[in-house]
Design a protein around this ligand. Structure first.
Ligand SMILES: Cc1cc2nc3c(=O)[nH]c(=O)nc-3n(C[C@H](O)[C@H](O)[C@H](O)COP(=O)(O)OP(=O)(O)OC[C@H]3O[C@@H](n4cnc5c(N)ncnc54)[C@H](O)[C@@H]3O)c2cc1C
Length: 408
């Protein structure tokens, strides 16, 4: 028996599990696979506006931020930053003013909180930029960044080819391969020796975000000190090293707090037969060759949206919630699910389950379906998180709110 059973191992689920365990609850996480952090840039987007906190007050009442409330957003961000700081991976930023960072495609992204290595590249501060190109790394093209950035008024002076030792040569190298190589101090010494003569006159150097996993801050500092330049990281294409750094820190902290983690199996919800349909009893977990029953006082759904398995689009044009088959809000006409262009509003992105201000899923009668079922993160309806640039802020704020309400 567990006090709180969290379904989903993304930012929402693991953060919620840590908060609950920190409050003294016995917590289990059950997840089919890892969440979407390796697909994110590894920053905390709150709202794609120059003044996010002001934009929050203009949102409609059914928006997840409005339901959870600003206090939960602030508390969650503060807790998240404490966790990262404690793990030696500090974040900087403000809710009142976002920063502008370069992406690997040369677009400018507004985000609220970023790890300090990425935040050092804030385009609203600092001087001219030089980009480093790693020979053999296919997921980072400085000339594309330079061309695109010029269109939006960002001047990138030049890019420099920087050699790396021993890139894996039997296949294309990924960002994770380089992040592991940067962890090796001997390898770094060699790199510094090779790069030093290539960087005269450079003051501020942008590199793909592959500068180590665990010891990223020390690695960055060592490179800066040895080369005598400022260095910042640019989030590159998936797998995202900054996203994976967060995932590792969160999972490690969850384990330290005694959270039980069950990985690799999808779950189906169970309703408590003695409660006249008012309570959930837990879930059934289908693993290879066997079925396990998990009982819980409270279940928290953090299963993400349609891209993560929390919602399933069926052939009969229905979108189904994958654990308890909760009602899902979506356009009835399937051709309305996607916009005409990839860059337009996508109706499916706002699809999800409706909750009240306690983060309890609502039935068609707008009343909570179960007393002890809560939901948070990408599964919730009421926002187009990609278009708004609000993904991680919503994940943290709603997870925080759900845990406090569940343990009340
Ligand atoms: C395809 C894709 C593209 C993305 N692109 C971006 C991007 O461009 N920028 C960006 O910042 N972020 C991106 N993300 C990440 C995104 O930020 C997060 O997925 C999102 O914030 C939701 O977080 P979450 O924790 O609510 O859910 P997720 O991180 O999606 O995690 C959901 C978790 O629930 C589990 N799960 C789902 N159904 C079940 C079930 N029935 N039983 C058990 N476990 C289940 C999953 O295995 C997973 O562990 C992307 C994610 C995906 C999947």
């Amino acid at each position: 028996m567990t006090d709180i059973l969290v379904i989903g191992g993304g930012l929402t689920g693991v953060y919620a599990a840590i908060v609950a365990a920190d409050q003294g609850a016995r917590v289990t996480i059950a997840m089919k696979g890892h969440g979407g952090l390796s697909l994110s840039h590894g920053c905390i987007d709150v709202m794609d506006r120059s003044a996010p906190s002001r934009a929050l007050s203009l949102l409609p009442d059914h928006h997840p931020y409005k339901l959870a409330g600003k206090a939960h957003l602030k508390d969650a961000i503060s807790k998240f930053r404490d966790l990262m700081q404690h793990a030696g991976y500090p974040f900087t930023g403000k809710l009142s003013k976002s920063m502008s960072i370069l992406t690997a495609l040369g677009t400018i992204k507004r985000t609220c909180f970023a790890p300090s290595g990425i935040a050092r590249g804030d385009l609203d501060s600092g001087g001219s930029i030089v980009l480093g190109k790693f020979l053999g790394f296919r997921d980072f093209y400085p000339y594309i960044i330079q061309k695109q950035a010029r269109k939006v008024g960002v001047k990138i002076t030049k890019f420099i080819d920087l050699p790396l030792l021993e890139p894996p040569n039997r296949r294309d190298a990924y960002s994770t391969d380089y992040a592991l190589l940067f962890e090796d101090s001997r390898w770094r010494e060699e790199i510094i020796r090779m790069w030093r003569p290539l960087l005269p006159g450079v003051k501020r150097l942008g590199l793909p975000a592959v500068l180590g996993f665990q010891n990223h801050c020390q690695i960055l500092e060592e490179l800066e000190d040895s080369l005598g330049i400022d260095i910042f990281e640019i989030p590159s294409l998936p797998p995202s090293v900054p996203g994976l750094r967060i995932e590792r820190i969160l999972l490690r902290q969850a384990q330290v707090l005694g959270v039980k983690i069950i990985e690799g199996a999808g779950v189906i919800g169970r309703i408590d037969g003695r409660s006249r349909g008012k309570r959930v009893a837990g879930v059934v977990l289908h693993s290879t060759g066997r079925t396990i029953q998990l009982d819980a006082d409270v279940v928290l759904l953090a299963t993400g949206g349609i891209l993560s398995g929390g919602l399933v689009a069926q052939q009969d044009h229905r979108i189904r919630e994958s654990v308890f088959d909760l009602p899902v809000r979506y356009p009835t006409n399937r051709s309305d699910w996607v916009g005409l262009s990839l860059f337009h509003r996508q109706a499916y992105a706002g699809t999800g389950i409706c909750v009240n201000a306690r983060m309890q899923p609502l039935g068609l009668d707008e009343k909570p379906m179960f007393n002890n079922l809560f939901a948070a993160g990408g599964l919730l309806a009421g926002s187009d998180r990609s278009l708004e640039g609000s993904r991680q802020g919503i994940d943290l704020a709603t997870a925080n709110c759900a845990v406090y309400e569940a343990l009340r």
